[in-house]
Design a protein around this ligand. Structure first.
Ligand code: XMP
Length: 506
């Protein structure tokens, strides 16, 4: 187990991901909330920070349990912090120390740089620089502009680097992390999906005992993997509820429910379409739609949960990025604020929360799912928003509009699959526009709906770009939609990136 002490750098999560890629488990903790039990951590990484060590309000934690006590790797701010408070000197740098640089000097005898050659490219991102090493500091590497690109403390397993090993542009960054964690700190590389499943099943058994657990399935990757894990641990004590809000894709409810049953899950499908549509009647505002759907979902879920006698736990598919987001590092007075997903149970459901995935990144959730034999097609599904088609029908929602959009969406998504394009796209869907346009079919003038198709590439949904789908594919899809879906006479393709647009239209 490795501790990453977060000083608020935008790259902290990346450090964790790189460490996990080495099959080593790690946890991120804010610098001002050290974990109570430090004995479980074999090594510590100090992250970068937006602060300068010279600022009055810069993070200034007590490292007496860390430096000199455990193998420690200090990155960027961490490296400057160790220098500044241990007899070294940190000052604003005269030259720009951003972006690409090459290591012009490396102390090759060191395990730290094993397998890394002089000239290796590193990525810098700091405006301060170390002018004088701390007490007992020994220089390990330099670049043209940065004399102390890396150093260590004599007599300790303390290493410090001013560049960022976690970013892709530091070519040997992963090797360096491996050298530090495996060669120097001796951390075992045992964090594999199989081990995770085994460990988690054991701990879930202990945590839950003979109690009953209720879980809301959505058809998405996270809730499915959480359910399969819990099913392995407690079997029929797990009660899954899969709600049809009437805003799912065509055939989605039936297909996914069938799939869940095939996986041996104790699942109840609840068709609440009418209740949702009734509540949504006449609502045009996107946020109002979201709130209404959220409220009705809680009502439906609560009704169902009450039917399970003596249930005491609510399971959620919360994943690690949601948890990290909820722990803010904003100066010494940092407080833990609660994220909407974390412990986000309504007041009236007095259930204890169990979150088996709350230490996993998205790609790890998929790997764990695969190791438990979940269908790769299910694990590779595009993200789909909770409010579903409601935010892809611009304006008010009616049963007829839902039907039209389901047909259009089905033709588009099936086409992507049969053309081998589905896995090249991060997310795709169709949008029903609130306008009619004139067309001509046979000898008849038509005045019907227009739909937009959207397909984007992205890694996390924060930024996205439209996908250059082949013209032949768009042509075929458009023909099929207009010929087959009654009420639509025009198809357009959305060529906006995010930012400035968003992925969804509402
Ligand atoms: P935007 O439109 O903000 O979408 O670029 C980014 C990602 O978030 C999804 N999304 C939602 N997911 N509830 C959800 O569960 C919502 O209200 C919601 N709004 C957007 C969207 O599908 C995309 O993947």
């Amino acid at each position: 187990n490795v501790l990453i002490l977060d000083f608020g750098s935008q790259y902290t999560q990346l450090i964790a991901r790189r460490v996990r890629e080495l099959n080593i488990y790690c946890e991120i903790h804010p610098y001002n909330h050290l974990p109570e039990d430090m004995s479980v951590f074999k090594a510590v990484i100090l992250s970068g920070s937006p602060y300068s060590v010279r600022n009055e309000d810069a993070p200034h934690p007590d490292l007496s349990q860390i430096k000199g006590e455990k193998p420690t790797l200090a990155v960027c701010y961490g490296a400057q912090y160790l220098a500044h408070f241990n007899g070294g000197e940190v000052a604003p740098s005269d030259t720009r120390e951003y972006g690409r640089a090459n290591l012009t000097f490396i102390e090759e005898e060191e395990d730290f740089f094993k397998g890394i050659d002089k000239g290796s490219q590193v990525w810098m991102s700091h405006s301060d620089t170390i002018k004088k090493l701390p007490e007992n500091g020994i220089k390990l590497a330099s670049t043209n502009d940065v004399d102390y690109a890396a150093y260590k403390i004599k007599g300790e397993s303390t290493y410090a680097i001013q560049f960022h090993p976690e970013v892709y542009h530091t070519k040997d960054g992963k090797k360096l992390l491996e050298n530090f964690l495996v060669k120097i700190a001796g951390v075992p590389q045992t964090w594999t999906p199989d081990n995770f499943v085994e460990m988690t099943v054991e701990s879930l058994k202990k945590q839950v005992g003979n109690d009953k657990v209720v879980l809301g399935l959505s058809g998405g990757v996270d809730s499915t993997v959480a359910a399969v894990l819990l099913n392995k641990a407690i079997g029929k004590q797990l009660y899954c509820i899969f709600v049809n809000n009437g805003l799912l894709r065509k055939y989605e409810f039936e297909n996914v429910l069938h799939q869940y049953e095939g996986m041996g899950l104790n699942v109840k499908g609840v068709d609440a379409s009418a209740r949702f549509l009734k509540a949504l009647k006449g609502i045009e505002d996107p946020e109002e739609k979201r709130k209404t759907i959220g409220r009705v979902f809680i009502e439906v879920f609560d009704d169902e949960a009450h039917k399970i006698e003596d249930v005491t736990w609510l399971a959620q598919g919360t994943i690690y990025p949601d948890v990290i987001e909820s722990v803010s590092v904003k100066g010494p007075s940092a407080t833990i604020k609660s994220h909407h997903n974390v412990g986000g149970l309504p007041d009236f459901m007095k259930l204890k929360v169990v979150e088996p995935l709350n230490m996993l990144f998205k790609d790890e959730v998929r790997r764990v799912g695969a190791s438990m034999g979940i269908d790769p097609e299910l694990l590779g599904r595009h993200p789909f928003p909770g409010p579903g088609l409601a935010i892809r029908i611009l304006g008010d929602i009616t049963e007829e509009k839902v039907r039209i959009l389901q047909e259009v969406d089905h033709i588009f998504i099936s086409g992507l699959k049969s053309s081998g394009l589905y896995d090249k796209v991060w997310q795709a869907g169709a949008i029903l526009l609130p306008i009619n346009s004139v067309g001509v079919m046979g000898d008849e003038r038509t005045y019907e709906k227009c739909v937009a198709l959207r397909a984007v590439e992205s890694t996390d949904g924060m930024t996205a770009d439209w996908v250059n789908l082949p013209y032949e594919f768009l042509q075929k899809t458009s023909n099929e939609i207009i010929n087959r879906v009654k009420g639509v006479n025009r198809v357009v393709y959305d060529i906006s990136s995010k930012p400035p647009a968003t992925i969804e239209w509402e």
